[in-house]
Design a binder for this molecule. Structure first.
Ligand code: M6R
Length: 362
């Protein structure tokens, strides 16, 4: 049932191109310069978005914040669900609360959503599990269609959530008139190419396994990324700590000099997301800062980039895409790095200690 793979996690990592096709399938309509999401909510009604989620779903929401703010120019607040509930959030009828969850059963997310609803928000679930608790309480559900996910470490559901958030951003942007027709068409074209690009990203497995081998004895790992790649850094660190039990920390790249730079020495592997973007040069200079202090840099860069190689000990290349979609291709090597490291350390990849697939206690 693992399709010839030794673990569900690996099977699910390899399913990602097909999963993304399912998420996007039939919903992208370049001819109308829009997506068809089959939602009853009125996208023109909302002037702020509150994203509520936990763990990996939270990082997908964080990517979604950049997408929605860029394409739809609506302010997006994002909270981990367990914080949202208790901060007495400012909500009104023009607030759209978006709960993101693979299981649809996470109690913190459900309770936070109830809080938003009580305060008058419109509610949308971005959910994988059909008919789950959250889907029964929201005004509308955007299913991500990832199929059942067995591995406790979420991979393909994250990928599908990213696809769903990108479509949501287009939907809001078109309704509000902030996303021009030509730009929408171009962006949809880029979305359509993603499954194929994720397939290409998977081809880096042997190279990533080699890097994992080099560093699997490390006591700590640092992950850095800027703008929309900051959440990718956090997701990479979460994957690694969940299944390998190596302590891993993530920071927005620019924050490094405000403290974490003190950690850097020749024993610390630092994964830096430095894919093409308007902030590329800034992140490259962060790599130089790490290098100058003896740190070991593993760069995740865009294919064809020759600069990163000059400063990083290892470079993992990912295919070129729209810079707002770079998280989709870049998370793949980070999932593989966590997986290969955990296997080398003899960990129980699919059932890491102390964790459950769905967290239904507060
Ligand atoms: O089912 P959910 O998406 O609501 O779950 C949220 C988190 O518990 C989940 O993403 C958790 O962080 C995973 N183990 C991450 O790999």
């Amino acid at each position: 049932e693992k399709g010839g793979h030794p673990h569900y996690m690996l099977k699910e990592i390899y399913e990602q191109p097909r999963v993304l096709e399912n998420t996007l399938g039939g919903r992208l309509h370049e001819e109308h310069a829009n997506v068809e999401l089959d939602l009853n909510l009125d996208p023109a009604r909302y002037d702020r978005v509150h994203v509520i989620a936990c763990g990996t779903a939270y990082y997908a929401g964080w990517v979604g914040k950049y997408l929605i703010e860029s394409l739809a120019r609506i302010p997006v607040e994002i909270d981990v669900a367990s914080e949202y509930r208790y901060r007495d959030p400012v909500v009104d009828g023009r607030t759209l609360a978006v709960a993101i969850s693979q299981s649809g059963e996470t109690i913190d997310t459900l309770e936070a959503l109830r809080e938003a609803k009580r305060k008058g928000a419109g509610t949308l679930g971005v959910i994988n599990a059909k008919g789950s608790s959250i889907t029964r309480e929201v005004d509308d559900t955007l299913y991500i269609h990832a199929g059942p996910e067995i591995g406790v470490a979420s991979t393909k559901a994250y990928m599908a959530m990213l696809g769903a958030m990108a479509m949501l951003a287009v939907w809001l942007g078109r309704a509000r008139g902030t996303l021009a027709e030509a730009d929408a068409k171009e962006f949809l074209g880029e979305l359509r190419k993603l499954p194929r690009l994720v397939e290409q990203a998977l081809e880096q497995r042997a190279h990533v396994a080699h890097i994992a081998e080099k560093y699997h004895q490390a006591a700590d790992y640092l992950f850095l990324g800027r703008h929309i790649q900051a959440p990718t850094a956090y997701e990479g660190a979460l994957k690694l700590k969940e299944i390998s039990y190596i302590h891993a920390e993530a920071y927005p790249a620019g924050e490094m000099k405000h403290g974490p730079i003190a950690l850097i020495d020749e024993r610390l592997p630092v994964v830096v997301l430095t894919t093409d973007s308007p902030f590329y040069e800034k992140t490259l200079s962060n790599i130089q800062e790490v290098r100058a202090r003896g740190g070991r840099v593993i760069a995740v860069a865009t294919e064809g980039d020759s600069e990163a190689r000059r400063f990083a000990q290892d470079v993992i290349y990912v295919p070129r895409t729209h810079h707002l979609l770079a998280p989709v291709v870049s998370v793949v090597p980070l999932q593989l790095l966590a997986y290969e490291t955990a296997v080398l350390l003899g960990r129980d990849v699919d059932q890491p200690r102390n964790l459950a697939k769905s967290v239904t206690v507060e």
